[in-house]
Design a protein around this ligand. Sequence first.
Ligand code: C5P
Length: 409
Amino acid sequence: MDRPLAGKTIVLGITGSIAAYKGAEVARRLMKAGAEVHATLTRAGCEFITPLTLRTLTRNPVTVDMFEAPEEWEVKHVSLAQRASAVVVAPASANAIAKLALGLADEFIYAVALASQAPLVVAPAMNTNMFLHPATRENLDRLRGRGAVIVEPAEGELASGAVGQGRLADPETIVEAVVRAASKGDLQGLRVLVTAGPTREPLDPVRFISNRSSGRMGYALAEAAARRGAQVTLVSGPTELPAPQGCEMVRVTTAEEMREAVEQRFGECDVMIAAAAVADYRPARAESAKMKRGEGPLTVELQPTADIVAECARGKRKGQIVVGFAAETEDLLSRAREKMKKKGLDAIVANDVSAEDTGFEVEENAGVLLLADGGEVRLDKMPKPDFADRVWEVVKGLCGQGGRTDAQG
Ligand code: C5P
């Protein structure tokens, strides 16, 4: 389950940068993510790393000379280009970027990039001045304009000893970008309903009870699904975030409004992901005028709200998938599993919100995706958009299996 590139062919071009040795690590991690990797070196790339290294790592022939006779008759750059789910150039030298931008085809990787309709992922690595040179900037802009994914180089110490931008991005970051690029369009035809953000439960016209949810996780899930071709409706409580691209947006304020909005739309979806931090209680009555300060303590009676995701799971039709979130500060996994069972969910993201740097209000998340069949997928700390893609990778698999059909067991 943790092999997001399983069944996918990735063509990896390693070009003439001192970071070429890190290309071997990219190849290894692509393999670990489940990809079948076909590596190719440019002639300059061969000055830094040998084909043998890559052949051993990828267990596939490594093309260096475009014109060498293939083992079986085929026009190799065309056949690989057609099979590829992504064409990756990492590291990409300034020369490689210029060739890709111009559409030259004097080495195998450039010919594959031209012949392929798969997404192109380019990870530059070079001296800072070369990276910042207007020629390179223009070439990168040109590639971006054509839809290529540029994995920005990091700042740091360069091979020359100088410090600046130009260092190849982490292999892990490159692989994340490849996973995202290679999964473009894989949720086509799926109708998705996402809830996000907090709800606000009014005490009076100016005061409410709410929580720290920023909505980022739910928005990232909606945006990722839309980018991957799904038809997405996002029902969101009050947040500061702009509507994610390509989603139908329904803004609500209270838990009851969210329940109504979801109820109207649930029947039309194939998958629901409830990432909203819905208030579990609301004031029994909301005063129509602003409450005045009194002398003694004030007691507010709270009433439970409807459990939206549990209601959906209870009423779901065969094949519909319902996924929840469990934000916990202790006993994370056992509580999340308990919730999944009680609410009748197909899966739940157990989210530790006690850590300062993951969970509520921040850009990153970490957790474990628990499945009703007992499976567990660890999601280590990563940016919320990557986290969202990983969740979809797993949930996509559940859709194929039709999910669980009973509400409780
Ligand atoms: O029980 P708890 O509030 O921790 O459950 C969390 C999960 O249930 C989340 O997926 C959340 O979106 C959903 N939920 C809901 N309606 C509620 C409370 C929680 O849909 N009233």
